[in-house]
Design a protein around this ligand. Structure first.
Ligand SMILES: [Zn+2]
Length: 258
């Protein structure tokens, strides 16, 4: 992609992000890698509504500014953590869409996968990166996930997605928010039902065949051990309420996870 095209896309998706209601104040940031040593990114301290072509900043691989009159954003450290580990990725998007951010701030993992199409688009794992203060340590927490998936929730800090184009990174963020909105709507109804393991395995295989899988993506067909044990236990209890068991299991898993 040429730098001119990347710049046009950055301005377009910044404004689209603002129009979608995913950001307030100066929240959110977008970047596109145009060469190994040139990453074009949105400026810090700007409403995403106001970002224009001349406001964009260019940094090198180390994050040092090499062009532009504005300053880069501090969460660039997260974008660079992705670029450094994913040569296939050319764009990173970060926003605070309300439903996805709600899961992150509540400390609740997204109960994905429950919609088959989303497994093909995003894989079977949309993890939550543990909460850290803004800056360097945030990247440390993100690093273990970067080669395993293309989208994460960050506890207390919205969504980070990446992809081979800015359009795809943006659409992944949009899909994560949509999933969180659906999951939220399903919560009073007992919560979304997890897809059967066999179907998840089929969808993950389809995703890999289409060349969409992240380099070190897991199969995602195996629920975590606590959920597996709960499913086994409930099978022996006549009249047990699956929604209540799921809720208790999630709480216990959260406590075990610290
Ligand atoms: Zn943020």
């Amino acid at each position: 992609m040429t730098e001119a095209a990347a710049r046009r896309d950055l301005v377009r998706y910044s404004r689209q992000m603002h129009a979608a209601g995913w950001v307030a104040n100066h929240d959110g940031n977008l970047s596109a890698r145009v060469t190994d040593e040139r990453i074009v990114c949105t400026p810090t301290s700007f409403s995403k509504l106001d970002v224009g072509l001349d406001d964009l900043v260019v940094v090198d691989r180390a994050g040092t500014k090499i062009a532009g009159s504005q300053r880069p954003f501090s969460e660039l450290v997260l974008h660079r953590a992705v670029y450094d580990r994913r040569p296939d990725v050319q764009a990173v998007v970060h926003a605070h869409p309300p439903f996805a951010t709600a899961f992150g701030v509540a400390g609740r993992p997204l109960p994905h996968p429950f919609l088959p199409e989303a497994v093909v688009s995003l894989g079977a794992d949309i993890p939550t990166v543990p909460l850290t203060a803004p800056g360097g340590p945030g990247a440390e927490a993100l690093i273990p996930f970067v080669r395993r998936c293309d989208a994460v929730l960050i506890a207390g800090n919205g969504v980070l997605t990446w992809g081979p184009t800015l359009e795809l990174a943006y659409l992944r963020c949009e899909l994560v928010e949509h999933l969180c909105r659906v999951a939220h709507a399903a919560l009073p109804l007992g919560g979304p039902a997890r897809l059967p393991d066999a179907l998840i395995a089929d969808l993950v295989a389809k995703r890999a065949k289409a060349g969409l899988a992240a380099p070190e993506e897991g199969g995602g067909a195996t629920p975590d051990p606590v959920q597996r044990a709960a499913a086994k236990a409930i099978a022996g209890i006549p009249g047990a309420d699956p929604a209540l068991v799921r809720k208790l299991t999630e709480q216990i898993a959260r406590q075990l996870g610290g």
